[in-house]
Design a protein around this ligand. Structure first.
Ligand SMILES: Nc1ncnc2c1ncn2[C@@H]1O[C@H](COP(=O)(O)OP(=O)(O)OP(=O)(O)O)[C@@H](O)[C@H]1O
Ligand SMILES: [Mg+2]
Length: 224
């Protein structure tokens, strides 16, 4: 486990460097505007949203920001596995708790990595999209902003689901993750179009899984 947490395990690797550059670029791109919440989405499954989300959270925490990862993939989210923490209650359960405002802290777990907290996905609900689109979710996002310096929402792909589009309107910045040799350019363009159509503030595209030059780097992949 925790092998995905490259910024923690191999802080000097090229990929960790790339994640820290991403953090810095996001801070510059915000240029004084509020930057407290970031959504990671993509065109298709498996491009690296969860991998980038967890590592980006570590990078913000290393900078002294109290950081929360929210696993919004209520169907298949795996952040609790990445951090090896309990998922018996999480976002899905919190969103249906009528005492959310009082109880939310009970659902957030400390990851044992300084300043990194996780709201895991919780039990798989029958209606994930409805939960994410609910007023309760909007309310929760406002509450969390008052408690944390940075909130990273690990999302789902845009294709076929409305979840990512709904969430993108509620966060300060949205990042699109794509993967070399996996993402089709047309799918990427459609994702960008769909996000801009709902007036999401798209910070940019992370190009993930670039094969490293094996002569120079021991990493299998790095990001750009
Ligand atoms: N830069 C990278 N270097 C090495 N492995 C990576 C990298 N990015 C992602 N992976 C691996 O690729 C797989 C898919 O990544 P991940 O689960 O983060 O994708 P995802 O976009 O969140 O997928 P899903 O749509 O299913 O939620 C994982 O096994 C992850 O460890
Ligand atoms: Mg994921």
């Amino acid at each position: 486990m925790k092998e995905d947490l490259i910024v923690y395990n191999r802080p000097k690797s090229i990929i960790s460097e790339g994640i820290r550059t991403l953090r810095t670029n996001l801070q510059f791109a915000a240029a004084g505007d509020k930057l407290k919440s970031i959504l990671l989405t993509s065109s298709m499954p498996g491009e690296g949203k969860s991998f980038i989300s967890s590592n980006l959270a570590l990078a913000f925490a290393q900078n002294g920001s109290k950081t929360l990862i929210v696993d919004c993939d209520l169907r298949r989210g795996r952040q609790h596995k990445i951090f090896e923490v309990d998922n018996s209650k999480g976002l899905s359960n919190l969103l249906i708790n009528s005492r959310m405002e009082k109880d939310f802290e009970d659902y957030i777990v400390y990851t044992n990595i300084e300043d990194v907290f996780l709201l895991p996905r919780g039990s798989v609900p029958p209606n994930p999209s409805e939960l994410l689109a609910s007023d309760s979710c909007k309310k929760l996002m406002r509450i969390l902003e008052n408690e944390f310096d940075m909130i990273i929402y690990d999302g789902v792909p845009v294709s076929g689901l409305t979840d990512a589009l709904i969430m993108s309107k509620l966060v300060d910045k949205t990042i699109i993750v794509c993967a070399v040799k996996e993402t089709e350019s047309e799918a990427l363009l459609n994702t960008k179009k769909a996000l801009l159509n709902v007036e999401a503030s798209v910070a940019g595209v992370v190009v993930n899984k670039i094969p490293a030059n094996t002569k120079t780097y021991s990493d299998k992949y790095y990001i750009n």
